[in-house]
Design a protein. Structure first.
Length: 579
């Protein structure tokens, strides 16, 4: 529910701060006064497309802020939680700034969010219907959505099952189509896969062997240097073929000397242990070096063989993967694909059997959806004709066509739904766009909103001059319908309505008048909340035009008294229903 709207430097608005009532908010004003500017600004903070040309002349950015109470909208609270938006007491503050370069900054309770996230939230906050919004009724695809919405949870369940089975059918049909492609292509693919598998298997790759071979290659390429330094190291330790005093002999003499010192001074015992340890480790090192020298003659491979093997591995890497593990993974994958192709007939038979089972389930649930739609269409027809009758369209005949195509497969089922109407007796029902005038379409839209108003979770509805083409007694009924929407149990809807009809204005819980003023620095739009006196003056103007007479003043007073009486009577009825 919209609590407050603040607009800065938007179009003709310098600064505007508006507090909205939870019930029926009416906006009136002279033609061209800028009544719809506020709604346009509101759409900006709901994530709709913005235009930098709407920035007030002489300013470099525009800002719109909306304060919403979403405490009674659990789905929207969950969405905010998913976006990481901090919440307190169900209050949501949305801010959108746009500068003269077209750059957007969007915030939700202080957290910066994207325009897409803002629109996702905005779509669940306010339902806006402009004077051209009713054109959506001309689109046949929207008729099915309305019918299914009227069908409630059962319809939703059937639609979800239908969409799931339709998706499975599409998946299996794609698999079948893939197997039934050109035979020559399949044969070429099989030959290619078999060649690649044979090539990889023939190499008998072992994970990590390329790294081992590279190490062995490095040793062989430096074999002479390795042998020279290893031999020198051994000679230094053992000194069997040199005049130099061997390291091991020197350590042995050192150990004997330290032992003699220890016999005299026991404080040298730890030093004797250190020397003996070094001597033992050095002896072990000499044994390992000698063993390494002996193994060099027998364990090292042939350099040409190693380079040949590495060349084979490098070629396979270029074709099938960055390393041996990737190559073996690729071989496993193409083996599965080759097996599928070799067992094509068996696979096809299995797919066709699976497809048949899914199709049976699809046709069964889609037929149940069709039967439900037929039943729902009858109920919706009755409800819609009743609502239209109350809007001075007593002779209207509504037909909700549900055409079933048994061969059709789609996520929406097998039905084509279309709303048809006859506004004059003796005429067959035809599509809405061919027979209904603008005023009639407005009443049809209002009737649908009266029917569907309690079926969604959106708490705020905006009507932007959808009463075009309506006057007289019908205007009074339309006014009562719009007012009734704001108090429909189990919870009312907040309504914001831009109107030129005094009958609707008289029903308001909060009445705003929009005026345009010419100033030295340009044009300014003001948005004034009216008290009872101001409301009566505005109604008088709407009734009589520029000149307010005693007659129009009395008429305005009479309309206000009548509206209060109607609202009091309806509130009493609503209280009885709720109790």
């Amino acid at each position: 529910m919209l609590r407050n709207l603040v607009v800065n430097d938007y179009a003709l608005i310098d600064h505007l701060a508006v507090d909205f009532d939870p019930g029926l908010n009416v906006i009136t004003g002279e033609t061209g006064a800028g009544k719809s500017i506020v709604i346009d600004a509101l759409t900006l903070v709901l994530g709709n497309r913005g235009n930098k040309t709407n920035i007030r002349q002489g300013k470099n950015k525009m800002t719109v802020q909306g304060l919403f109470d979403i405490s009674e909208q659990p789905g929207l609270l969950q969405k905010c939680e998913e976006f990481g938006i901090p919440m307190e007491d169900g209050q949501l503050i949305l801010i959108r700034e746009m500068d003269d370069r077209g750059r957007n900054i969007c915030r939700a309770n202080g957290l910066i969010i994207t325009v897409a996230q803002l629109k996702t939230i905005g779509d669940e906050l306010i339902d806006i219907h402009g004077q051209h919004e009713h054109q959506s009724l001309f689109k046949r695809e929207n008729h099915r959505q309305l019918l299914d919405a009227f069908g409630g949870e059962k319809s939703q369940k059937y639609r979800e099952q239908t969409a799931a089975y339709a998706g499975e059918i599409k998946r299996i049909e794609d698999l079948i189509a893939e197997l039934e492609t050109n035979e020559r292509e399949l044969e070429r693919e099989k030959e290619t896969l078999q060649f690649e598998i044979n090539e990889i298997e023939a190499a008998t790759l072992v994970v990590g062997e390329d790294e081992e071979l590279e190490g062995e290659k490095r040793i062989l390429e430096n074999r002479e240097r390795l042998f020279s330094h290893t031999s020198r190291a051994y000679e230094l330790l053992r000194g069997e073929n040199t005049d130099q005093n061997p390291i091991l002999d020197a350590l042995s003499l050192l150990a004997e000397s330290i032992a003699e010192i220890t016999r005299i001074d026991s404080s040298f015992e730890d030093k004797l242990e250190t020397v003996n340890g070094i001597l033992s480790e050095t002896e072990n090192l000499s044994f390992e070096i000698r063993s390494y020298l002996e193994d060099m003659e027998y364990n090292l491979g042939d350099l040409d063989e190693i380079e040949t093997r590495l060349s084979v591995i490098a070629r396979l890497k270029r074709k099938y993967g960055h390393d041996i593990n990737e190559i073996l993974t690729y071989a496993a994958e193409i083996s599965i694909r080759l097996k599928s192709l070799l067992n094509r007939d068996e696979s096809l038979q299995a797919y066709y059997q699976e497809l048949s089972g899914i199709q049976d389930k699809y046709y069964k649930i889609s037929n149940s959806l069709y039967q439900l739609r037929l039943k729902t269409a009858g109920a919706l027809k009755t409800a819609l004709e009743k609502e239209l009758g109350e809007l001075a369209m007593e002779k209207v005949q509504v037909e909700i066509s549900v055409a079933h195509d048994p061969d059709r497969v789609s996520s929406h089922g097998q039905d084509i739904v279309e709303f048809l109407i006859s506004v004059n007796p003796g005429q067959d029902p035809k599509p809405l766009g061919k027979v209904a005038s603008g005023g009639e379409i407005s009443r049809i839209m209002l009737s649908l909103k009266s029917i569907f108003g309690g079926l969604d979770a959106i708490e705020t509805m905006v009507f932007d001059e959808i009463d075009t083409g309506i006057s007289g007694r019908t205007a009074q009924v339309v006014a009562e319908k719009i007012q009734a929407l704001s108090v429909t149990p189990p919870r009312g809807r907040q309504i914001i309505c831009i109107t030129h009809l005094p009958q609707i204005a008289a029903m308001s819980d909060q009445h705003f008048m929009v005026e345009k003023h010419t100033q030295n620095d340009g044009v300014e739009v003001s948005f004034v909340p009216l008290d009872e006196k101001g409301k009566k003056e505005e109604l008088s103007r709407m009734l009589g035009g520029a000149e307010v007479t005693q007659k129009t003043w009395d008429h305005a007073q009479e309309m206000l008294e009548l509206s209060q009486k109607i609202k009091k009577t309806k509130k009493s009825k609503e209280d009885k229903i709720l109790s």
